[in-house]
Design a protein around this ligand. Structure first.
Ligand SMILES: Nc1ncnc2c1ncn2[C@@H]1O[C@H](COP(=O)(O)OP(=O)(O)OP(=O)(O)O)[C@@H](O)[C@H]1O
Ligand SMILES: [Zn+2]
Ligand SMILES: [Zn+2]
Length: 836
């Protein structure tokens, strides 16, 4: 090979094509597809990835004039040819520059340029022959000090293949110094004394020490949990000296705490062996195992109600895959990557498991990633990006809670891990299992209604149902409280009477509760407290969004707007207002209404600190609190035996978000949180508070009626041409000037329409099926201004076999110059999940 095609790491459309470089003699053995290289690029030196090798340069290029590659940055290429191909597929599918897709697959530690070192792995025996044949390489390495890779490359160019083979076999180790800001860092931490003691001390504090007294009260309420000094001074708004004063009085202790490098490193996981499956589980597992045995790509929807034992099915499917000598990837939503979840995999598969989640430091992530690439782990458990785990022979990909929105990345590359999993499975001949109690409408439709010929985007998916909980445990009873009635009866409190009674009852019985505050969508929409009315767009079936600045309500789909109402258009009540409350307020209300209640609040504010999420859950598991109160993050995957009550405040808060998926999301969230109750011996009860108790997304939760809800929702989606029947591409333009945006937006819309009609695609969405594409907008984006730039969007809506990505990229290509000259930024979201 003499030429390397390189994608340079500059994420722009101009550079989004391979550039050819000559491979100098000394690097011949080192360059592969997937290698990371340094190249000269004009006056600059850039990093890039080799995407192809060729014998010769392109016909119109003189080989002798090609610039040479400057360096290969790793001994083993960080990407495989298969991953490079996957990146190419992603860049077409989600219309992003190839380098953006490729970079998304690399651990952060590999993005910078840092020195690589090679050293012999511990305990490896070398034969005399190997030492002799290595031309001095092993002797050099044998001196014990890791050697720099680039030095080895220069000194022993002919040893390339041998060196690489030994690294692959794990006999040599390739490492790099990762600058790790968080690893091993020690943090000054406050350890408060027992709350009673703190309160006592607060009483006795002289009047002039009011700051100290306040801080004592603050700590007493906060609980015994240690807290970083920096965080405490900020939260309590006190000076460091105040904290120190308490330390001198012996009321708190301050000492440095070193953060773990591997959060699971010194934890013991008791070994677990496969459970005897219930007949339903066995029936679910059979087709999955058959697919794994057949080594043919195939996907399944495992639709199992909460507590039906899906995880055990995953575990035994993984076992089958490992027995075949193949590897498995398990994706779980970031938020449910709790010790509990990790433990279930580690205790079954031990050190074969690598865990990848966002709270790992760069160094930790890199370590886990190397375990996978070097074949020291066979199971990767992680959030979204674990789908790129560098395995060579994948047999199974599991996506738990497949409906979760976090599987879609919101920044570029805006990929969906579910789609990537299906493509990766195709490459490997692997089985995909999409598990959920509340599958997304897209997956459900693809599984249940897969008709020949029509593209769902997911292809054909097998359907497997587990409609009952294990051991015949009943699903919890669900009751719905009409909050309008509560208001009529004079109850203005946050808790309805039935919920308040139930909370009191659980406190008496010393059972536990989960309280969900559905906070998404607060303060964006207007609702009548008396009748539940919310303002919706007359054209789009989407609720209107309140804009404080202009005091009007607007539709983000079509641009319709109306003035902010002073009284309810439906019942004329003046109690019409924006909705808004936070978990903190609920916590206060709980403390006031139920003296002595022990509450753990889990929301973005209390879980930012590394490991805090885990700590709260452990505390709750050990029954050191009565209530786990939180936002979405308390709804998923948790399995606590003493939780017998689930309460939902403002169940319908997100129902009127300007998003056609609002009802689906609400139903999913409520069903998931309801599923936390009564999972073990004690029976569960669910109380849902709502202003719109008759909405299907809520009443269907009561009957645990997923199928009914979804069939009706699909009918509506079909009528409106929304996914999964139609599909969407959202093109957003941003610029300082609105007129500029309007003109660019108009130009795009007409170019896209023209391109589509040039391809013979009509605009009409009427009638059944058939190809159609229409462009809505330009309208102001839901986030109308960001960092002083205005944003406008065009929504491309299409169905059938239309290659809409082509339409969009051609339309954009045609106006690329104008866009660039004007300084307009364009971003494209294919299959957007968040309409906000
Ligand atoms: N075959 C079995 N025999 C006995 N207990 C089982 C069996 N399978 C699962 N369980 C237990 O049933 C409970 C529920 O199982 P699991 O958490 O896997 O359900 P799930 O379907 O993943 O639920 P969710 O979607 O709500 O997270 C767990 O406590 C699990 O240990
Ligand atoms: Zn509208
Ligand atoms: Zn009203």
């Amino acid at each position: 090979m003499t030429v390397a095609r390189v994608i340079v790491d500059v994420p722009s459309r101009d550079t989004d094509r391979p550039f050819d470089y000559a491979i100098p003699e000394r690097l011949k053995d080192w360059v592969e597809v997937g290698s990371r290289v340094a190249v000269p690029f004009g006056p600059r030196k850039l990093q890039g990835i080799v995407t192809a090798l060729a014998e010769d340069a392109d016909a119109d290029v003189d080989l002798a004039k090609l610039k040479p590659l400057e360096d290969v940055l790793d001994a083993l290429p960080p990407l495989s040819a298969e991953l490079v191909e996957l990146g190419e597929w992603m860049s077409r599918r989600w219309l992003c520059p190839l380098t953006v897709a490729l970079q998304a697959m690399l651990p952060a530690a590999l993005k910078g340029r840092s020195e690589k070192y090679v050293s012999p792995a511990a305990g490896v025996q070398w034969t005399d022959g190997e030492i002799a044949d290595s031309g001095g390489l092993l002797l050099a390495l044998g001196k014990g000090k890791p050697l720099k890779l680039d030095a080895l490359l220069r000194q022993y160019p002919e040893q390339g293949p041998t060196l690489k083979r030994w690294i692959r076999q794990g006999r040599l180790e390739e490492k790099q110094q990762v600058e790790d800001k968080s690893a091993g860092k020690s943090v000054l931490t406050v350890f408060p004394g027992p709350p009673e003691k703190l309160l006592q001390a607060a009483e006795n504090m002289p009047a002039r020490a009011s700051k100290q007294r306040e801080l004592l009260r603050f700590l007493a309420v906060r609980g015994a949990e240690p807290v970083a000094v920096a965080r405490l001074t900020e939260e309590a708004a006190v000076a460091l000296s105040t904290v120190r004063a308490l330390e001198e009085k012996g009321l708190v202790e301050i000492r440095p705490v070193t953060e773990d490098r591997d959060p699971y490193a010194d934890r013991d996981f008791p070994a677990s062996s496969p459970m005897t499956l219930t007949p339903k589980q066995a029936a679910a597992l059979a087709p999955i195992q058959a697919a794994i045995d057949a080594r043919e790509a195939g996907a399944f929807l495992l639709h199992g109600v909460t507590g039906s034992g899906k995880t055990e099915v995953y575990l035994q499917a993984i076992q089958r895959c490992l027995e075949q000598g193949r590897e498995a990837i398990v994706l779980v939503p970031e938020i449910s990557l709790t010790p509990q979840m990790v433990e279930r995999f580690k205790s079954r598969f031990g050190s074969k498991v690598a865990v990848l989640h966002s709270r790992l430091s760069n160094g930790e992530r890199y370590d886990e990633w190397r375990k996978i690439r070097e074949g020291r782990a066979q199971v990767a458990v992680g959030a979204r990006s674990a789908i790129f785990a560098p395995f060579a022979s994948i047999g199974l990909i599991v996506i738990d809670e497949e409906h979760e929105t976090s599987y879609k990345q919101e920044e570029s590359p805006k990929y969906h891990a579910r789609d990537v999993s299906i493509e990766r499975a195709r490459q490997h001949g692997a089985a995909v299992v999409l598990g959920s109690a509340t599958p997304s409408l897209e997956t459900y439709e693809a599984a249940k209604h897969a008709r020949g010929g029509r593209r769902s985007g997911l292809g054909d998916i097998g359907y497997i149902a587990m409609p009952e909980r294990v051991a015949n445990r009943p699903l919890p009873g669900v009751s719905i409280v009409d909050m309008r009635e509560e208001l009529k009866m004079g109850n203005r409190a946050m808790f309805s009477r039935p919920l308040a009674d139930a909370i009191r009852d659980r406190l008496e019985k010393q059972e536990q509760m989960v309280l969900l505050l559905n906070r998404r969508g607060y303060a964006t929409f207007v609702m009548c407290r008396s009748c539940g009315y919310t303002a919706a767009c007359p054209h789009c079936e989407i609720s209107l969004t309140y804009h404080r600045g202009s005091a009007n309500l607007r539709c983000h789909y079509c641009g319709y707007s109306e003035a902010e109402p002073k009284t309810c258009p439906s019942c004329e009540s003046p109690h019409i207002r924006f909705f808004g409350t936070g978990t903190q307020k609920v916590e206060e209300a709980l403390a006031a209404a139920f003296p002595g209640i022990r509450v753990i609040r889990m929301d973005v504010d209390t879980t930012t600190e590394k490991g805090s999420h885990e700590r709260w859950l452990t505390e709750f598991r050990e029954r050191r609190a009565d209530v786990l109160l939180g936002t979405q993050m308390v709804a998923k995957g948790l399995d606590f035996p003493y939780v017998t009550l689930v309460g939902v405040l403002a169940a319908d808060a997100a129902l009127r978000l300007p998003d056609f998926r609002a009802a689906e999301r609400t139903f999913q969230l409520l069903t998931q949180v309801a599923g936390r109750a009564g999972r073990h011996e004690l029976p569960g009860e669910v109380i849902i508070q709502a202003y719109e108790p008759d909405h299907e997304a809520i009443t269907s939760v009561q009957g645990h009626d997923y199928d009914g809800f979804v069939e009706r929702a699909l009918l509506l989606r079909n009528q409106l041409g929304y996914p999964p029947y139609g599909r969407l591409i959202c093109v957003t333009f941003s610029h300082e000037s609105v007129p500029m945006l309007l003109s660019v937006g108009e130009r795009f819309a007409s170019a896209a329409r023209e391109t589509a009609s040039g391809m013979g695609v009509g605009r009409s969405f009427d009638g059944a099926g058939g190809d159609a594409l229409e462009v809505l907008g330009p309208v102001s984006s839901p986030i109308a201004r960001l960092k002083d730039r205005y944003r406008f969007q065009c929504m491309v809506k299409y169905r059938g076999e239309v290659d809409a990505s082509q339409v969009v990229s051609r339309a954009l290509a045609g106006m690329a110059d104008a866009v660039k000259k004007g300084g307009v930024q364009v971003s494209v979201d294919v299959d957007p999940q968040m309409m906000l």
